[in-house]
Design a protein around this ligand. Sequence first.
Ligand SMILES: NC(=O)c1ccc[n+]([C@@H]2O[C@H](COP(=O)([O-])OP(=O)(O)OC[C@H]3O[C@@H](n4cnc5c(N)ncnc54)[C@H](OP(=O)(O)O)[C@@H]3O)[C@@H](O)[C@H]2O)c1
Length: 262
Amino acid sequence: MDLGLTGRAVVVTGASSGVGLATAGALLAEGAHVAACARDEQRLAAALAELPRADGARTYTAACDVTDGEAVSAFLDGAASELGGIDGVVNNAGRSLLAALGDTTDEQWREELHLKVFSVLHTVRAALPWLRCSDCPAVVNINAILAKQPETTLAATSAARSALLNLSSTLSAEYAADGIRVNSVCLGLIDTGQWRRRYERSGSSLSWREWTAELARDRGIPLGRLGAAEEVAYAVVMLLSPRASYITGTAIDVGGGISRYL
Ligand SMILES: NC(=O)c1ccc[n+]([C@@H]2O[C@H](COP(=O)([O-])OP(=O)(O)OC[C@H]3O[C@@H](n4cnc5c(N)ncnc54)[C@H](OP(=O)(O)O)[C@@H]3O)[C@@H](O)[C@H]2O)c1
């Protein structure tokens, strides 16, 4: 099926690794142009250069910290002028803060809210003039199942994720009249840099495969494994596609069945 993304320009934040990189790859394979940012531009440019792409698919890369509103505006200005507009935004940049309530400082609470909520406000505000000019504008916010099923070891991250889910609902209602669709993809445990770093820090004698199998067992993931970044990217690309033209204000879980709510 042609997803109708050929020649569309999509912004992906945090595209140098994991879910962002896989999403950029899936978009380029569909023939979309990708504007990608991360804080480390060298790593970003090297990662994007490795991706196979359909004929004509172009990339624009820039160093940008999504918590800095002015930097985000400059990045989106550059993206729109290089790629001829903006049809989609994937708010993906981020990380989690592994800390229980009693171990989380006020400063860490502020940082989490800044990264999870303000960064999305920054990109959406800056992209709005171009999204309003697109005939298939869409925003996808990468979120976590934690937003609906908080974990005590991720106190601030869980609360900030809930705030983002709430904001996504408001954005979808606010901009529906402009034809801008806003959806969320809520992740469970996905095999990316985040988990590789935790594995290295654990000093475990288990292999990566054994360690993640144990993790999946401990967390009760029905599919019995971590997800792959590419498995998230398919859901993101589907939501960006004009084929999803009647889907807005929703959240899709990609978690191997880990969510326990109905
Ligand atoms: N993997 C999971 O199990 C999981 C679960 C739930 C939610 N998530 C969420 O999914 C998203 C992607 O995570 P991932 O697992 O793919 O992580 P990852 O492999 O560590 O990639 C994170 C990406 O975000 C960029 N980034 C981080 N902070 C940034 C900032 N302030 N400004 C701009 N770019 C920034 C990183 O590049 P630089 O460091 O160069 O900036 C990198 O490109 C994150 O929002 C994460 O919280 C992941």
